[in-house]
Design a protein around this ligand. Structure first.
Ligand SMILES: Nc1ncnc2c1ncn2[C@@H]1O[C@H](COP(=O)(O)OP(=O)(O)OP(=O)(O)O)[C@@H](O)[C@H]1O
Ligand SMILES: [Mg+2]
Length: 1116
């Protein structure tokens, strides 16, 4: 976590600050940390305003990105912008969402730690837009996954579907997300997106049945009516007019000019296909959407006993069909309530009000459960198809949290209470992580930690969530309590239990003055961001979220497959009351916090500039309110509590060394000492800065501003000098060219001519440049060894320099970039030359550029020089500083190739390799004819089925033959050679003579195999001696001895029982009689019975031995 914040904060954004400094008068500061008056809210807002006026919508607070919704297309999210913010360019570019995106991605890749981008802000501030831009950035800039490239499309296409079902037009936002969303994007080890997962939070389901004036229901209803095909609407029993549906007209704005439902529907339909929806699933889903609309049009009339009766038969008919439920059951469930008392079921009729309530509850339940199902379905489509592969284990995750910010309205209810509680939890996490990272950085740098005064909002979180005493517990208790519990009794209970809490207030508990601002049915929480007054009306009802049992029963019987998954029968038999809404929300939040805590955080705080959704309007009151509720001032205060600015010594020295004669142009010592000398020269006072282990910490922005101003002046004078030097060099080159070509104009000949051109005054500077150029050129041309000799002293002879330059140009890509430097950037050239001269010195500001250049070139070129296959061991030689990294990369590359290779091989080839690997394990370095066997493939079997006698096959019964090979068997007594077949079955080695099984050695009786270390092809199968049925060990010879033995060892599981002998092998020749085989090396295979009764084998040079050669050896 620390790293990420530091990566963003310390090295990334801080460098960006410097570019801000040069332009600060024009567009404020790019990082609020540099505001001199950082405690002033007015200064903060003024800075936002100045930048907003210039269309600069992004500003940092250290690592946090503050974004102001421009409400216009600023053309800042193009592919070019993405490229601009990728990789190194981050340091030199102004604040941007892509800068955060890229930094997060790089941290994910280089540190292999999971990341989370948390985006917050009030409705309409631009959270969802930011999330989409981030996703777009990753989809376009990350490498494509090797397989399953469609995951990128799925990630992108999940958005329109989720937005259709979860977003709606509200007064504050035409595309307002009515649920919280957390999305994980999984990246493989190459940084390609390979999967995703979405968690959704608290869908605002009350919108299904009611909308405030000027607001709409969820987009999907209007989209379907506008864009759905005639045939579809007919099937669903729908009219194309939203005005016909009561659930769509409550807000009286079904049509909105800024929304094109028809074209949006097309997008959604396509997206559904991308995320794996079958046509049937789409139909089932639309049936549900339509049934919600039909439910809204169900009317009731009261009979004589004031009991509700359904009057809209047509609607009931459609509902029955679309939901696949029993019509009479549904009718009854909509007008009755089932009560189970003393084990008996009673049906109690509902009055009009109760029936309408039941109908609405059903509509809400159907819709919200479908939404949850939809998220699950999308998750299935986003799940990596490669989850089982080894590479999956090395995936990293990038989380994107697009969640509601603090909500403070005129009238705040249960939903705002939940949302604001969520913000308290996230704030707590933010403080914890930010402070921790600051503290860890101080510790790492050996700087005393200076405690930061901040408000710890744990006390408010506890007030809401604590067991037994917290507001949620009390609310749940009231919901469960039998008897007359209602919203007001809940309020009383709250007053009783938490009355002394400093962050809780009610009308009764308030003092005289405050009481006026609180109604009797309200309570007020003093949130970390400010106070919010909640009306308790509806708290119990919303928290209970009851659906009558008989309605549940009907839905459980639904034949619509989606409904069937949404309403499970087990729910009916489950005696345990389901968790209340607040408790479920609390649990999911705790889980979310844990997910986020395990990742490195990055923050984006979104602000909306006006309520009218207009570009260019900066409503100060509205913005002040958001700055307060987003906790930005507190955020800045924590960030600025210690030091406003911190930078690595190398970077600081590199930037400012020209301000001190002792450090300019080269500081040869440690960068830290150079910085000490530099700041002393600049007159920094001790209280203005601290020296850490690797960084300098500057307390006040003004110190930095003064240094920057000095640098600006110094740059001007340096630029003049460099220009003069370069011009001198340029003219001298021109002069020499003219001189060599013999076309010298009078004023261009010889030294006098040179002087006559009027550039003679710069000659010494040119020579100086040359004396540095020459050794670099020669060195590159001559290679490192010669180069180091050549650098002793420069030369004044320009011709030597230019020849060498020409040769150097041929020296490859490295030289190419050097040449570009020489042509375009005299400053870069000097740096490069200095760096080269000092390349063997420890890293210092003077050689850092050169070393980095060499490193970058090596890494960039590497990808063109990678080994081509697993057997290719070539690898370019790295520069010394990259030896370790190069070795790691080489290993990685090899692993990757091996992994790829292994995945691509066919099963037969795999088996071949496995057998070869076993052969290598047994024989490599131990038996002389093993090497010759390596390039020869092992054959499945060396005898076809037609070469084995049917009688033998019959004798083996159902036992399959796994391998068969012709062999020669030597009699145990006279060592006569006999032609035989050796068969391997799953259970035994079988020796066959023509049509007869001569010997069967069950693997259990095969105690070992002996073979000599020489290049002969004899071997002995040792057989369990106690077994009387066995005739003794078997002496055999195979032309494919390595193959035969490997297969035998594998089949019999005797890989570890192969004895490779030198000299001789003793074997059991029969009961009580041992035989001996003596092996001696020789040029030709010769197998004879020796005088001492042993079998004497002279092993020839390895070759297949045809039967005829056996005859020739005189053994037959
Ligand atoms: N960076 C941006 N550039 C241009 N327009 C933007 C940008 N961000 C937001 N908008 C505009 O503002 C509207 C609202 O933004 P968005 O839907 O992202 O808000 P939100 O914070 O997600 O709100 P809610 O909490 O209601 O979901 C967008 O539909 C778009 O028109
Ligand atoms: Mg949104």
């Amino acid at each position: 976590m620390v790293h990420s914040l530091q990566a963003l904060g310390s090295d990334g954004i801080r460098v960006t600050m410097e570019s801000a400094l040069t332009a600060r008068d024009r567009v404020g500061v790019q990082d609020f940390v540099l505001l001199e008056n950082f405690t002033s809210e007015a200064a903060f807002i003024e800075n936002l305003r100045r930048r907003f006026r210039e269309n600069l919508i992004y500003t940092y607070i250290g690592p946090v990105l503050v974004s102001v919704n421009p409400y216009r297309d600023l053309q800042i999210y193009s592919r070019q912008h993405m490229e601009r913010y990728r990789g190194v360019s981050f340091y030199e570019v102004p604040p941007h969402l892509f800068a955060v995106a890229d930094t997060v991605y790089r941290a994910l890749r280089t540190e292999r730690r999971d990341q989370a981008v948390m985006i917050s802000g009030e409705s309409g501030a631009g959270k969802t837009e930011a999330t989409k831009r981030l996703l777009q950035f990753y989809a376009e800039t990350c490498p494509a996954p090797e397989r399953g490239g469609a995951v990128r499309d799925r990630l992108l296409q999940s958005n329109p579907v989720l937005e259709a079902f979860g977003n709606a037009k509200t007064l504050r936002n035409d595309n307002s997300s009515r649920f919280g969303k957390y999305m994980d994007v999984q990246f493989d080890f190459k940084g390609a997106p390979v999967g995703g997962h979405i968690l959704s939070y608290l869908l605002e389901k009350s919108r299904v049945v009611h909308q405030n004036h000027g607001e709409r229901n969820f987009h999907v209803f209007y989209q379907l009516l506008e864009g759905g095909e005639e045939e579809t609407l007919r099937r669903l029993g729908l009219e194309r007019n939203p005005q016909s549906y009561l659930y769509l007209v409550k807000g009286q704005c079904a049509k909105v000019s800024s929304i094109n439902d028809k074209s949006d529907w097309k997008v959604v339909r396509k997206a559904l296909a991308v995320i794996d929806f079958t046509e049937e699933e789409v139909e089932d889903l639309l049936s549900i959407v339509a049934s919600v609309l039909h439910l809204g049009n169900i009317h009731f009339a009261a009979d004589e006993e004031s009991n509700a009766q359904v009057t809209t038969e047509n609607q009931l008919k459609y509902l029955t069909r679309l939901l696949g439920v029993d019509g009479s059951m549904l009718r009854e469930a909509l007008t009755h309530r089932k009560i189970i008392a003393k084990g008996e079921e009673l049906l109690s009729p509902l009055n009009l009000e109760q029936a309408a309530y039941a109908r609405d509850a059903l509509a809400k339940a159907v819709y919200s459960r479908t939404f949850t199902w939809l998220v699950g379905k999308i998750n299935k489509s986003l799940a990596s198809k490669d989850a089982e592969s080894p590479s999956w284990r090395s995936t990293t995750v990038l989380g994107l949290l697009d969640i509601y910010g603090f909500e403070v309205f005129q009238h705040n209810s249960f939903e705002q209470f939940c949302i604001n509680y969520c913000n308290e939890k996230l704030q707590q996490l933010f403080i914890e992580l930010t402070l921790k990272s600051e503290q860890e950085e101080y510790e790492a740098e050996g700087i005393a930690w200076e405690p930061v005064q901040y408000f710890n909002n744990k006390i408010i979180c506890d007030l809401v969530e604590e067991k037994f005493k917290g507001i949620i517990s009390i609310l749940d208790e009231e919901c469960l309590r039998p008897g007359g519990a209602n919203d007001l009794t809940f309020l009383e209970k709250l007053e009783d239990t938490v009355k002394h809490h400093p962050h809780f207030l009610t009308h009764k508990l308030a003092d005289q003055r405050t009481r006026k601002s609180l109604d009797r049915g309200e309570f007020r929480l003093l949130h970390y961001a400010g106070e919010v007054t909640y009306s308790v009306t509806g708290f119990l009802d919303k928290n209970n979220d009851l659906l009558f049992r008989n309605l549940k029963e009907v839905m459980c019987s639904s034949e619509n497959p989606i409904m069937n998954q949404c309403f499970e029968r087990s729910e009916l038999s489950d005696k345990k009351r389901p968790d209340t809404v607040a408790t479920q929300f609390k649990m999911s939040l705790l889980q979310l916090v844990e997910i986020l805590r395990s990742k490195e955080p990055a923050y984006i705080r979104c602000i909306k500039p006006n309520d009218a959704k207009q570009p260019g309007r900066f409503d100060e009151v509205l913005i002040r309110h958001q700055v307060k509720y987003l906790g930005l001032m507190e955020n800045l205060r924590v960030r600025r509590a210690g030091f406003a600015y911190r930078r690595k010594y190398e970077t600081f020295l590199q930037r400012y060394k020209s301000l001190c004669p002792e450090t300019w142009p080269i500081w040869a010592g440690r960068p830290q000492d150079g910085v000490a000398v530099l700041v002393r020269h600049l007159g920094y006072k001790p209280e203005e800065y601290k020296m850490g282990r690797t960084k300098i910490f500057i307390r006040f922005p003004k110190t930095l501003f003064a240094t920057e101003d000095a640098l600006e002046v110094r740059r001007q004078s340096l630029a003049t000098k460099i220009q003069a030097t370069w011009r001198g060099f340029h003219w001298r080159q021109k002069f020499l060219r003219v001189k060599r070509s013999g076309l010298g104009a009078p004023g261009y000949t010889g030294e006098r001519g040179w002087q006559a051109t009027g550039v003679g005054s710069q000659r010494s500077a040119v020579c100086g440049l040359h004396s540095h150029l020459h050794p670099v050129v020669v060195a590159w041309d001559a290679g490192p060894e010669e180069g180091s000799q050549a650098e002793v002293g420069g030369t004044d002879n320009p011709e030597v320099g230019s020849r060498a330059l020409a040769r150097g140009c041929r020296a490859g890509a490295m030289w190419g970039s050097l040449a570009i430097f020489l042509t375009h950037a005299p400053v870069g050239c000097t740096r490069l030359i200095r760096g080269f001269i000092l390349r063997h010195a420890p890293r210092c500001p003077e050689n850092a550029f050169f070393l980095d250049h060499v490193r970058t070139s090596f890494l960039l070129n590497l990808r063109r020089q990678l080994p081509r296959n697993v057997l290719d061991t070539s690898w370019p030689t790295p520069p010394p500083a990259l030896c370790e990294a190069s070795e790691l990369l080489r290993e990685l590359c090899m692993k990757n190739m091996v992994w790829k290779y292994c995945r691509s091989i066919r099963p037969e080839w795999k088996q071949q390799l496995q057998q070869k690997a076993v052969a290598s394990e047994i024989f490599k370095g131990k038996k002389d004819n093993y090497p010759q066997s390596v390039p020869r493939l092992f054959i499945n079997t060396r005898l076809g089925a037609d070469e084995i006698s049917p009688k033998v096959l019959q004798a083996l019964g159902s036992e399959p033959i796994q391998y068969a090979v012709p062999v020669v068997k030597y009699d145990r007594k006279g060592y006569k050679p006999r032609s035989r077949q050796l068969l391997l079955t799953p259970n035994a080695v079988v020796i066959v003579e023509d049509a007869k099984v001569k010997q069967r050695i069950d693997y259990a009786n095969l105690t070992g195999i002996s073979v000599s270390s020489l290049s002969d092809s004899l071997f002995v199968l040792h057989v369990q001696r106690e077994d009387n049925k066995q005739k003794g060990d078997v002496v055999l010879q195979s032309d494919h001895v390595i193959e035969t033995l490997t297969k035998t060892a594998l089949s019999a599981d005797r890989v570890n029982n192969i004895n490779i002998n030198q000299g001789s092998i003793t074997f059991a020749g029969g009961p009580g009689r041992d035989g001996v085989i003596d092996f001696t090396p020789g040029s030709e295979l010769l197998i004879t019975k020796a005088k001492n009764g042993h079998l004497a084998v002279v092993s020839g040079a390895w070759q297949t031995t045809p039967a005829s050669s056996l005859t020739a050896s005189g053994l037959s």
